[in-house]
Design a protein around this ligand. Sequence first.
Ligand code: FNR
Length: 416
Amino acid sequence: MKRRYARSHRWRQARSIDELAAMARQRLPAFAWEYVSAGAEDERTLVDNRRAFQRWQWRPRTLVDLSEIDSRATLLGRECAMPLAIAPTGYNGMLWRNADIALARAAWRHEVPFTLSTVSCDSIEAVAAAVPEARLWFQLYPLRDAEATRDLIERARAAGAEALVVTTDAVVLGRREWDSRSYLSPRRLTPGHTLDALLHPRWAAQALWPDGLPTLGNLLKYLPAGQHSAASAASYIGQQMASDLSWDTLAEIRRHWPGKLIVKGILDAEDARRCRRLGADGVVVTNHGGRQLDGSPASLDCLPAIVDAVGRDLEILLDSGIRRGSDIAKALALGAHGVLSGRATLYGLALGGENGATHALGLLHEQLHNTLALLGRPRLAQLDRDCLGPPLHLSRPAIGGTVPSSPAPPVPGDLP
Ligand code: FNR
């Protein structure tokens, strides 16, 4: 019998994040699917983010007492159920009504931190009021308007955010061509995509009814009166991205923010050292999920050098490509303290809101436990480079007829 995944309404039966992704693709109109899943340009970095994990083989040990498997971790000095936080992602309201609150609840239920994006649909005040127990981190895009930036920082403090995550790699947006093909002008869907959206009534009823597309909740305060629509908010943020963002800006933010400061967008060891000198508490090693500079290396490939440079002094988080519990374990074996989940939890969210995101977190957690057991390292502290064999050579698919010099082993579950 042919192998196939269940239909999207059976998302509770999904056994893996790839299965949730396939189901989310069925449920969402193409423009929303492309917004979430697409990478920049030829999507080389997007694909490489997955291949980087597949290149590492495990070296399991046997006859180890597995009666207690412990995946509890400490992130930013506080305990959590596993070494993972939900990554900041903007405009989640395209997938589910009050999506940011749903994600924050899922994170709280699963005892992991949740990061709210500057360009979220639910405001930071709404999220903090709806899920007061959540471990809330706030992601900051520093704006050209310095007063608005300071106000966002102050609002994060007042809402009880324990960490400020300053994103440095999206000052200029990457060219997400598959995403932009859905539109005639930046905010007008092509007729084909409009028709496709109408053909997804279950998505429309959940995400759009009764108020239509949501706006960017955190930014409303800075928009002129009467111009609070999603389009006005998007055009505001487009003009406000601080293209002069620099180390001085970061130092200024450090002076204003008394809590934990994480710098997101680090791929280079010297940049990580500079974050340490500036007084940051941690870095996120990331290429923004392959959505920015296509051709930049997989985050995982950049991790060891950054761990060697600052691993003792800074909390090192990694994202881009986490789709399995074994990916989390590999990142930890290479020295990360934890990971962020971007699309993995968004696919769950798109299918079942809070419950769907919880299902995604549950899958990652179960898979992490299973990996620790099969690897013969029942505790996270036992994960180190000795757990991994030498990386396999996996060549990329040939471009322009180039033939790889040695045949590469097939990669299961490769992205198209
Ligand atoms: C993002 N990401 C992101 N990062 C950020 O700092 N602020 C943001 O507003 C967004 N928005 C956003 C939207 C969507 C739809 C995606 C998929 C991603 C990047 C995100 O935080 C994270 O770095 C990547 O998603 C990690 O890669 P994976 O887990 O999606 O492979």
